[in-house]
Design a protein around this ligand. Structure first.
Ligand code: NAD
Length: 428
């Protein structure tokens, strides 16, 4: 994140309050749901390769578990903050509720930059994280998963440490594990594909043929790459991709007005979603400033990198050609842009609906872990498509019936489901 002014937790609360007002949510329910239920802040001492010990700061925050165990990723990021983790845990609650899976919302994070850590240091950091939080997570309490800059290997080290501590086999304690070690086929595709299942539905509702559209995408990590892959398979053209360059410490936008071959671009990126600039130029890409992904003449914007990337300072740069924004990232749009999106009549697929494919597949992973029986990739993706499509349709129908903005409609469904659960349990 980096900016001190933007506070994602305030954004999450502003979005929540706006809908809580609209639906006249009981004050006690509102008070409960505005804040996380539980927070764990801890230190993680890690032995570094040079013999020194470095102490990292870790978080696990459980926003709400009325509908099931808390669920949410663990981020490794140098600018991680407690408020980012709070916001993300809250969005997880709404995300699980809007796709109607029996899970609550949680999130974790460590302030670190894994790009500067050796494999051994990353492993010790993952194990150290679990040693600090093992008593407060688990398959029936809180189930972590990968997020920004964490991957299947990190999850496996974490699961192994949890099993060493508890002395049992609990693959369902963490999701996003490698396939063959309790992971689900389709997990790596799930979030990005989910983004495109919702885009496909949005375009259908607007009567636009996806094969005649073009898009600009921010990010080329897990979410963005698979979104770009499925979108191009459906006939769309990705003409711009923006990503962070860790050598130059700045972002670039790569542009190819004829549309990128995503397979080829994926072959020249590293495991952190950075495209090799020289190789991209050799393949004919133009290199523009990192922020220029937003001003391209395209039908669709796919912000799939980080939060607060579309805000009051750059909203005007959005080209008048843009008809749809699908929020693949969490919180990519600052709350003060919602009115501007409505004024411009841009169709928005809000983050916690748009990127719910990841958690939905994580839920499928847990189900398979519990059965100890694994589905084929086709079965997983078919179930995923069906869940995402019905969630989109429910939100879209409500938005039409009540003349609501898509973000508000998604919130109405999610908040009502969680509010009902806390009331039925007698918490309020
Ligand atoms: P990732 O670490 O794999 O990729 C992040 C990408 O963003 C990289 O390509 C990086 O270069 C790019 N990036 C970072 N800073 C940038 C900048 N300033 N300008 C342009 N590009 C920049 O992360 P991911 O897993 O793909 O997650 C991306 C977003 O989606 C995050 O908001 C995450 O919380 C959200 N999300 C991820 C999942 C999942 O399953 N991975 C699920 C739901 C939501």
């Amino acid at each position: 994140m980096g900016q001190n002014v933007y506070n994602p937790f305030e954004s999450a609360q502003i979005q929540f309050d706006r809908v809580a007002d609209k639906i006249n949510l009981d004050s006690s329910v509102r008070e409960l749901l505005r804040e996380p239920s539980r927070e764990y802040h801890f230190t993680i001492p890690v032995k570094m390769d040079d013999g020194t010990t470095k102490v990292f700061k870790g978080y696990r925050i459980q926003h709400n578990d009325a509908r099931g165990p808390a669920k949410g990723g663990i981020r490794f990021h140098p600018h991680e903050t407690a408020d980012t983790v709070r916001a993300l845990s809250m969005w997880m609650t709404w995300k699980c509720a809007v796709v109607d899976i029996p899970l609550g919302g949680g999130k974790g994070g460590v302030i670190c930059d894994p790009r500067n850590l050796s494999q051994g240091e990353q492993e010790r950091l993952c194990r150290g994280y679990i040693r600090q939080i093992a008593r407060n997570i688990g398959p029936v309490t809180d189930v972590p998963a990968p997020d920004v800059m964490t991957n299947a290997q990190h999850m496996l080290w974490m699961m192994d440490e949890y099993e060493v501590i508890t002395g049992g086999k609990y693959p369902g304690t963490i999701t996003g594990k490698p396939v063959g070690m309790g992971g689900s086929l389709g997990r790596k595709e799930a979030t990005g594909y989910g983004v495109i299942y919702t885009l496909r539905e949005a375009l259908k509702s607007l009567n636009i043929d996806i094969a005649k559209t073009s898009a600009s995408i921010q990010g080329f990590g897990n979410v963005a790459e698979y979104a770009a892959r499925l979108y191009t398979v459906m006939g769309g053209k990705i003409i711009a991709i923006s990503c962070w360059d860790n050598n130059d410490k700045k972002a670039y936008t790569f542009r190819n007005k004829d549309g990128f071959d995503i397979e080829k671009m994926a072959a020249i990126k590293d495991s952190f979603g950075t495209i090799d600039k020289e190789k991209a130029i050799a393949m004919g890409a133009e290199v523009l400033d990192g922020g220029e992904w937003i001003s391209q003449e395209v039908d669709i914007l796919l912000p799939c990198a980080l939060e607060n990337q579309i805000n009051a300072s750059n909203f005007d740069q959005i080209n008048s050609s843009v008809k749809v924004i699908c929020e693949g990232a969490n919180g990519p749009t600052a709350p003060d842009c919602d009115n501007l999106i409505m004024e411009r009549d841009i169709f928005l697929v809000p983050d916690f609906l748009c990127n719910a494919g990841g958690v939905t597949c994580s839920y499928f992973e847990q189900v398979q872990n519990n059965m100890n029986y694994y589905w084929t990739k086709e079965e997983v993706l078919e179930k995923l498509d069906s869940k995402m499509t019905s969630a989109f349709q429910a939100v879209y129908q409500l938005a039409r019936e009540k003349n609501l903005y898509m973000r508000d409609a998604a919130y109405v469904i999610a908040i009502n489901r969680v509010a009902e659960a806390v009331k039925l349990r007698g918490w309020v």
